[in-house]
Every structure is written in C-alpha cells, then in structure tokens.
Design a protein around this ligand. Sequence first.
Ligand code: PEP
Ligand code: MG
Length: 322
Amino acid sequence: ASKVANLTFDGEGRLADGRRIPLLANVGSAADALAARTAHAEGIGLFRTEFLFLERDTEPTVEEQVRAYRAVFSAFADPISRPKVVVRTLDAGADKPLPFLAHSAEPNPALGIRGYRMVSQYRAILTRQLQAIALAAQDIAVSVWVMAPMISTAAEAGEFTALCRAAGLATSGVMIEVPSAALSAAQILGEVDFASLGTNDLTQYTMAADRQLGALASLNDSWQPAVLALIQLSCQAAAIDSSELGVCGEAAADPALAVVLVGLGVSSLSMTAHALPAVAAALASIDSKEAVDLAALAVAAPDAITARRLVRERLAILTEIG
Ligand code: PEP
Ligand code: MG
C-alpha cells in the first residue's frame, strides 16, 4: 500500500521502451479539470457535459454553455503543448431524463432514445451545443475535439461529422460503446477523425448486463473474453489506417487492464485523475512486446477471472525483474 501511495505521475505516459501513450483525464466539471491538471493529466480524454443540462428546468443558453466549457478548457490552456480536450456531446435521454424535455416513457431506457439518438427529435439542442463548443474553443490554447456518445452505425458517425463541420469544428469522433459500433469500427473510423472506446457501456451491452446492478457485477466485467474480443476487433480496424483510438471507460483505470489495452493497440487512455499514477507505473514497467504478449494472454483466457489473474501475476513478475 505504501508503494502505491508513493507513486507519482510526471505528465508523460510511456512504456519502458519509451513508446508514448498519452494519459488523459475524465472530467465532468471545471473543478474536476483543475484537479486533473494538478494530477499532471496530459489533457482531457472525456469531458462529460451532462452536468450542465441535468436537474434544471430550462436548456442552458449558448452563453451559459460557452462559459462552462471555457472554464474547463482554461484549466488546460498551454500555448506550447495545446493539450487535447475531448468534449463529449450531451449523453442524456430516457436513461438520464432532462427535466425541460418531454421524454416519452420507455420500457428499456438503456436501449432507448439516449446519447446521439436524441438528434432525431431534438437536433437543435445538439446544434446549439456544437455552436457553444466552437465559440468556447476560440482564442484558448487547447485542441478541442468533439465526440458523440451512443453511436451504433457508420451513417450516424457520418452525420455527426457533418454537423461538427457545419459548426466549424474540425476534429470529430465517436464513442465505440455499443457492440454494433465495435463490429463496424472500420466503416465508422472512415467517417470520423478518431474514436474512443467506452468500455462501461460496451461491457453492459455486450454482456446484456445492466451496469447499475451489483448482482450482475461478475458479468459486467470488462475482462470478459467477449468484451476483449470486441476491443481487439476495434483496434485491428484502427491499425489499418492508423486511426486514433483511445479508451475512456473505467477499464483504462485498472493498471493491469490498461497494459492489455495498450497491447491490443489503443493509442491513449483516459481515466479518473486519481488513477493516473498507478496506470503510469504499470505502463512504465513493460515494453511494447511485453504489452502485446500480456494482451494475447488475456484474449486467450477462458474467462474474466483467469484473464485478470494471469495478467496480474505476469505483471508482478515483470515488475520485480524490471
Ligand atoms: C463508457 O460508457 O464507458 C463511458 C466512458 O461513458 P459513460 O460512463 O459516461 O457512459
Ligand atoms: Mg457510455
């Protein structure tokens, strides 16, 4: 425990052989962003914008949104490195209802009109949000990327990119958090500049196990072979044209799983800021070849428990030798 407590992160994620893996933070507010900057995150890999829309009776105005987004961007402003800030558009809907909209009741909210799917009924909310993000990004020394949640098809990805371009946003991407998106990652990556694996939802939908039900925790485990197989498929699609594919689900905060994700080919990891030191230490303890070997070990394991145990054991040995 004392070893963990003494870990620090100096702001540059890399493997033992020097290969860079940017380590970013997940944030939901300006306070989170400041904490992430203090923890030396290299940027923001997931800015959840829901906080501004939930628990209020009216949609936030464009001006209000601009102020809130600028507060987060400012925390990372740096004219030399221009850190990356990935803003996720509103991820609400039947599962996280907005009081100012008349959502119809749905029998299965997690499978309903949520995330990007809200565009079908409420396109103007998304276009106003994109406008606010573009305005907030002006004259601030960060690189603003925008991504859509809950994308299921390449057509949706293409439509989102068109909306971003129309708003003057040059870098658009999507979350891969639905099995259909992982299965069509090659086509989806053809429509966007980058993608980010949302392993929380990808796990829930792959295993058909509600992520909020503790009783299903053993199914709802990102080490499950089927989940790793979909991640691997997405990475193979990204490798073909060197697309940027990060991870912003909780899986990135598990040091042993982070090593596996890098071995499978993801290019960056985004996590809650307090996980940065332990993940950085795990990455620094292995080289690229070892990461690939550990990923192969996990992918070939018969079940989640075995995958986790085998990788943790091998990592402990490598770390001792190293
Ligand atoms: C995810 O689904 O993995 C994710 C990062 O998004 P959220 O947890 O906000 O659904
Ligand atoms: Mg999600």
